[in-house]
Write a protein that binds this ligand. Structure first.
Ligand code: PLP
Length: 461
């Protein structure tokens, strides 16, 4: 097993391209902490991709974050584009979120009873969202999606779900089939421990392929409860779908009396306050949220029409509960964050900034004739070592190019820029990234690209 994983991850012991900046950043303290962590946690981490297995070196243990900066245990400073995998759209340690959290926790951490804060966050969301009438708060994106699937099954009385190859929807059993980055990185299409009977209820089709969806409905007529798709598939590269395709999914689900679920754990409150639903002007039946909704605290949610949500317990027969659901401190963080996002021009400013940043990088790579593309939607971006103009499906990704990402990641870390430790992961521009840091980052990216292509040459076609 270890050998297989080592192979899949490159093992970290093959020759690395040298860094133009001389020595690698010091990672002594992080390495010490990682060694200790391996005694306590499988693979030394509490979530797999954090283990840095598909990039160079040991994971960085983070000491603190402020604005768009991170500091690791060795005192290295980084401009952060991982942003805790998306939640931190305002950056780290945002004063208004911190203040509201501190005020709230002074009154107690958890009551297991309703609080006014749940109403406040729900009101903030529902009054500014045309697509859902009622919401239920949970504690993670996984939980939100798992519950949405149960609701779809309970409501339709059908068992099967259509999901797309490369879309990740959290780690609940039915959805760990041909999921996103972590699994692609592992080179497995599904997880051990998922009963075949569960996986059999999940029909996996390629993205951007109308015929495959039509064939699934033909083959399983009357058995499909829902189609689930990420608002923008962003867990296996950034697989931007055409607007027409999403409208096609809306039409075909209606036609077959199945539900359409938008998993907006990444895109919710990211593409805009109303997420991908508004971006594409598609009205899904159920929407799931996570990440940004909790302002950096563990919150997920799912929402739908009042009629559909009436099927959730205690009103309806679909059971779903949570000891820490609607946790006051987490609600407080969500309220503080979403209040800022609602302000005028927030998304326009953020998205314009991201577009300019990405365009400058692309211009540089194109001028240098590098096989390198930056895909972007709103403030989400993905660096791909490819010359394809568009990548819509998981099968279009060149897995061999991930070695280039590995080298690129190392070069960027050495220049003080922190990206997610896998070439399948997207990056995020936050409101905290100012012109100064974006300029610094661009310079670091230009130098890193030069170094990667100088030492590794052009990827093979
Ligand atoms: N759905 C999507 C689209 C995600 O990107 C993720 C996590 O990255 C999840 C669901 C699962 O969320 P969580 O990690 O909070 O359980």
């Amino acid at each position: 097993m270890l050998d297989a994983l080592k192979k899949a991850f490159g093992g970290g012991d093959e020759p690395q391209p040298s860094s133009g900046k001389g020595n690698d950043i010091t990672r002594e303290k992080s390495a010490e902490l990682y060694e200790k962590a391996q005694r306590y946690f499988p693979g030394g981490v509490n979530s797999p991709v954090r283990a840095f297995k598909s990039v160079h070196g040991t994971p960085l243990f983070i000491e603190r974050g402020d604005g768009c900066y991170l500091w690791d245990a060795d005192g290295n400073q980084f401009i952060d584009f991982c942003c805790s995998w998306g939640p931190l759209i305002l950056g780290h340690n945002y004063p208004k979120i911190r203040e509201k959290v501190v005020q709230t926790l002074e009154k107690g951490l958890s009551f297991g009873a309703p609080t006014a804060l749940e109403n406040e966050l729900a009101e903030l969301i529902l009054e500014h969202n045309r697509y859902i009438e009622k919401i239920r708060f949970v504690s993670s994106g996984t939980e939100a999606v798992m519950s949405a699937i149960r609701l779809a099954r309970g409501y339709t009385g059908r068992d099967k779900i259509i999901k797309f190859e490369g879309c990740y929807h959290g780690h609940s059993d039915s959805l760990l089939v041909k999921a996103g980055s972590g699994l692609v990185t592992f080179g497995e299409t599904s997880s051990a421990g998922v009963p075949k009977a569960f996986a059999d209820e999940t029909i996996v089709v390629p993205l951007n392929d109308r015929r495959a969806v039509g064939a699934a409905f033909d083959q399983f007529e009357g058995q499909i409860a829902a189609i689930i798709i990420e608002g923008v598939p962003a867990n296996n590269g950034l697989l931007i779908q055409d607007r027409e395709y999403l409208h096609f999914l809306r039409d075909i689900t209606r036609q077959h009396k199945a539900l359409l679920i938008f998993d907006e754990v990444i895109t919710g409150f990211r593409l805009g306050f109303e997420g991908a639903a508004a971006h594409y002007d598609v009205h899904p039946d159920i929407i799931t949220y996570g990440k940004i909704i909790g302002g950096g605290m563990p919150v997920g949610a799912y929402g739908a029409s009042a009629e559909l949500m009436g099927h959730i317990s205690p009103e309806g027969a679909v059971y779903q509960a949570g000891t820490l659901s609607g946790n006051p401190v987490a609600m407080a963080a969500g309220i503080a964050q979403l209040t800022v996002l609602k302000s005028n021009h927030f998304y326009k400013n953020l998205n314009t900034k991201a577009t300019e940043f990405v365009a400058a990088i692309q211009r540089y790579a194109t001028a240098k004739n590098y096989r390198f593309k930056v895909f972007q939607i709103g403030s989400i971006f993905w660096f791909a070592f490819t010359d394809k103009e568009a990548i819509h499906a998981a099968s279009d990704i060149d897995h061999g190019s991930m070695d280039y990402y590995k080298a690129f990641h190392r070069e960027l870390l050495n220049r003080g820029v922190y990206l997610g430790p896998s070439g399948y992961e997207v990056g995020f521009v936050s409101a905290a990234h100012t012109k100064v840091e974006l300029e610094k980052t661009k310079r670091a990216i230009f130098e890193s690209l030069d170094e990667v292509f100088r030492t590794m040459g052009a990827p093979k076609s």
